[in-house]
Design a protein around this ligand. Structure first.
Ligand SMILES: [Zn+2]
Length: 260
C-alpha cells in the first residue's frame, strides 16, 4: 500500500453529484473497507492467502478435516471479533440514515456494517457471527461456539443432534447467499458505490454489472485497479476511510445548501 496516495477531490465531487441525483443508490463492499479495522484482506499484498492455502477455506476441506478447519478458523475469529467499524463503515451507515444509500450488499463476513449502524445489509458470503449445524440446521450464536471450542470441543458439535457445526460463512465451493435479493436490488438501482473490492469474485461482482446494464452509474473506491474499472463512471483511487469521509462531507454540505 502506498501511503502517498491522495484522494482525487474531483472524483469525490463527481461521486457526490451522482449519489445526490440518484433515486435508488446502493453500496457494494469488499475486504478493502475493513482493512482499516485491522482485518487482513484475502487477496491483497498482505492477504490472508499469502499465509494460508486457500484450500483450507473450501467446503471439501471443511467436510474432510473439520478439526483442522476450526483450529485455523478460531485464530481468524480472534482478529475479527476484536475489530471495530472504521470511518468508512460509519460514513456509509450515515449515508443510509440520510436516505442517500438504500442498501449495502457486502462480500464481507465481519458484521462491521451492522456494528456501524447500517440496517439494510445483504451478506452474500454469510456471517462469522453465527454457526449452523450441518445435520439439523440449528443456528448458534458464535460466542456459544467459541466457548465450545475453547473448552476443547473441536470441531464444535450441535447440542440437539451431535452434528458438526459449520460457520455460517460461504466457503469456496458453496453457493452465495441471498443473491436473488441482491440482484433485484441492483436491477432497480440507478447508482452503485463500490468500496474496497477488487471485483474479481463472482457472482458477487455481477452486482455493479447489473447496475451498469440498467443504465445506472458505477463509482469505484479502491486503492488498486479493479477488474471492472472499465465500466466505472468515477474511479477514486484512495483508502476507503479517506474517500468516504470526504464523500460524506460533500454530500452533507450539499444537503445543507438544499434546505433554506
Ligand atoms: Zn444439529
Amino acid at each position: 500500500m502506498d501511503p502517498e496516495v491522495k484522494c482525487d477531490i474531483k472524483g469525490i465531487e463527481e461521486a457526490a453529484n451522482i449519489l445526490l441525483r440518484s433515486k435508488h443508490a446502493i453500496a457494494f463492499t469488499g475486504a478493502g473497507i475493513s482493512t482499516e479495522s485491522g482485518i487482513p484482506d484475502f487477496r491483497g499484498p498482505q492477504g490472508l492467502w499469502k499465509q494460508y492455502s486457500p484450500e483450507i477455506a473450501t467446503i471439501d476441506y471443511f467436510l474432510q478435516h473439520p478439526r483442522e478447519f476450526w483450529l485455523f478458523y478460531r485464530v481468524r475469529m480472534s482478529t475479527i471479533f476484536t475489530a471495530k467499524p472504521n470511518r468508512a463503515h460509519r460514513a456509509l451507515a450515515e449515508l443510509e440514515r440520510m436516505g442517500v444509500i438504500k442498501a449495502v450488499i457486502t462480500q464481507n463476513v465481519d458484521g462491521l456494517h451492522q456494528a456501524a449502524g447500517s440496517k439494510n445489509v445483504i451478506e452474500l458470503h454469510g456471517t462469522m457471527k453465527r454457526a449452523v449445524c450441518m445435520a439439523c440446521g440449528r443456528v448458534y450464536p458464535i460466542d456459544v461456539v467459541i466457548r465450545k471450542i475453547d473448552s476443547g470441543q473441536i470441531p464444535p458439535l450441535c447440542d440437539e443432534c451431535g452434528g458438526v457445526l459449520k460457520p455460517d460463512v460461504v466457503l469456496f465451493g458453496e453457493p452465495v447467499k441471498d443473491f436473488d435479493r441482491a440482484r433485484e436490488l441492483a436491477l432497480m438501482s440507478d447508482a452503485v458505490l463500490v468500496i474496497g473490492s477488487s471485483l474479481s469474485v463472482y457472482p458477487a461482482a455481477y452486482i455493479p454489472i447489473f447496475v451498469k446494464e440498467m443504465g445506472g452509474k458505477v463509482i469505484i473506491i479502491n486503492l488498486e485497479p479493479t477488474e471492472l474499472d472499465y465500466i466505472a463512471d468515477v474511479i477514486i483511487r484512495c483508502r476507503a476511510g479517506d474517500a468516504m469521509e470526504l464523500l460524506l462531507e460533500k454530500i452533507v454540505s450539499a444537503k445543507n445548501r438544499e434546505v433554506p
